[in-house]
Write a protein that binds this ligand. Structure first.
Ligand SMILES: NC(=O)c1ccc[n+]([C@@H]2O[C@H](COP(=O)([O-])OP(=O)(O)OC[C@H]3O[C@@H](n4cnc5c(N)ncnc54)[C@H](O)[C@@H]3O)[C@@H](O)[C@H]2O)c1
Ligand SMILES: [Zn+2]
Length: 394
């Protein structure tokens, strides 16, 4: 029976819209005292007042760049006309550890209180995607949301999560169970921050660039193919272009995709991610997010090929590119003889729950083209998994 609408006189229809926008700067040396980028990012709307700032830095980044904290402090001092440091910078453990431990959020919120942060303050977060997610989540709920300026320090964060609108922490065994849609106030993508990133992390981040090329822009995919060897060494020039092009496509998708806060079920930016999220968990986070995405993308490409959606040549191009970039394409959980294959398939149900409503999985029909499907055949997923297992032996 159709639902009856309430009588007109009993209904007041509330309606408003909020417009969002934020700058993303691409630069080199944002923490040099002579650079205006970060000061502008914080103070651009009100350049005539001092802005209270609170700094959160990724511990792993601080360990790799020992002078980082001193450089940040010197920067704030050089821009004291607009920046006012409220407390000593705080370090958060890097990687998934910071998203797992609720006590860290509690502690960070306490530090915000002790530093008397109000809604006009700015939290500046410098770090990888995990620290941006965790500190961004804390900032977006503190006083119902304080401004966040992000300086992503990994390839993945600079071209994907760090320029997007989501924050999140893990809970009850599920990734990103708690989180917010909270657009940053600004993002400063400084290529120099990447100089100490281990090669494995750089390559993992490139998987997200492959992903956005696959679903949105075949010319980015061509570019990645042309520079695959140089990229696998994280050479600066092609890496700079990869970050810029992937970030821009990611941003354009958020703004132009019609669903920035993901109210619907279609999630093209999550291509390859249903399996990736599960594999990350099954590996106890030994697999990096981007590595799991690489495996998930090839798994779904093979699935699409088996389903007659994707030409074999396109799957082969993807497979070759991922391999040339130095990304892993196998994990023991894919092995049919392992008890984990069943667990991997549970990832589809978890993905459905995460989306809410119907299952919606993005599958490729060509490089740069995709469709949404609402059912996945378990036997075919197993067959695709077998392909990844067997190719390893070749
Ligand atoms: N919010 C989103 O939309 C979104 C999107 C994609 C991924 N993510 C999340 O991002 C996380 C993965 O982020 P990531 O791949 O950026 O890695 P990461 O944050 O897990 O960091 C990886 C490691 O590198 C260290 N590190 C960071 N920058 C460094 C540098 N410049 N030099 C040396 N070491 C450095 C960190 O301390 C950590 O040990 C996952 O939790 C994932 O869920 C979020
Ligand atoms: Zn991802």
């Amino acid at each position: 029976m159709p639902l009856a609408s309430p009588p007109e006189q009993a209904l007041y229809q509330q309606r408003f819209s909020v417009s969002y926008g934020y700058p993303v700067l691409f630069c080199s040396g944002a923490l040099e005292p002579s650079s205006e980028s970060l000061a502008w990012a914080v103070a651009r709307a009100e350049p005539d007042r001092r802005h209270p700032v609170f700094l959160v830095i990724d511990q792993g980044l601080a360990d790799a760049q020992e002078d980082l904290e001193a450089r940040v402090l010197a920067y704030v001092k050089a821009h004291a006309s607009v920046l006012e440091l409220r407390a000593d910078p705080e370090l958060l453990p890097g990687g998934e550890a910071c998203k797992h431990d609720p006590r860290l959020l509690e502690w960070l919120a306490r530090r915000f209180v002790e530093s008397k942060l109000d809604r006009h303050a700015t939290v500046i977060v410098i770090g990888g995607g995990a620290v941006l997610d965790a500190a961004g989540y804390a900032a977006s709920t503190f006083h119902r949301g304080v401004r966040t300026v992000r300086l992503p320090s990994t390839v993945l964060a600079q071209c994907d999560g760090g320029v997007g609108v989501k924050t999140g922490v893990n809970g009850h065994g599920a990734k990103n169970l708690f989180g917010t849609f909270a657009p940053p106030y600004a993002v400063v993508n400084d290529e120099l921050l990447l100089s100490t990133l281990p090669l494995r992390e750089s390559r993992a981040g490139m998987a997200e660039a492959v992903k956005v090329g696959l679903i949105r822009d075949a010319t980015l995919f061509d570019f990645l193919e042309q520079h695959a060897e140089a990229l696998s060494r994280a050479d600066r020039e092609p890496l700079r272009e990869l970050v810029r092009r992937a970030a821009t496509l990611h941003l354009a998708h958020i703004a132009g995709g019609g669903d920035p806060f993901e109210t619907g079920s279609a999630r093209p930016l999550d291509y390859g991610h249903w399996a990736a999220h599960k594999l990350e968990m099954l590996s106890g986070h030994e697999l990096r997010h981007g590595e799991a995405v690489a495996i998930g993308m090839l798994l779904d490409a093979r699935y699409a090929e088996l389903a007659g959606l994707l030409p074999t040549a396109a799957r082969a191009r993807l497979e070759a590119l991922l391999e040339r970039l130095g990304l892993p394409l196998y994990h023991p959980a894919l092995d049919a003889s392992s008890s984990e294959l069943g667990l991997l398939l549970e990832g589809l149900d978890e993905f459905r729950e995460h989306l809410g409503g119907d299952l919606s999985v993005t599958l490729l029909t060509d490089i740069g083209r995709s469709v949404e499907v609402h059912e996945m055949d378990a036997a075919r997923v197993a067959e695709a998994a077998r392909y990844l297992t067997e190719r390893r032996g070749r």
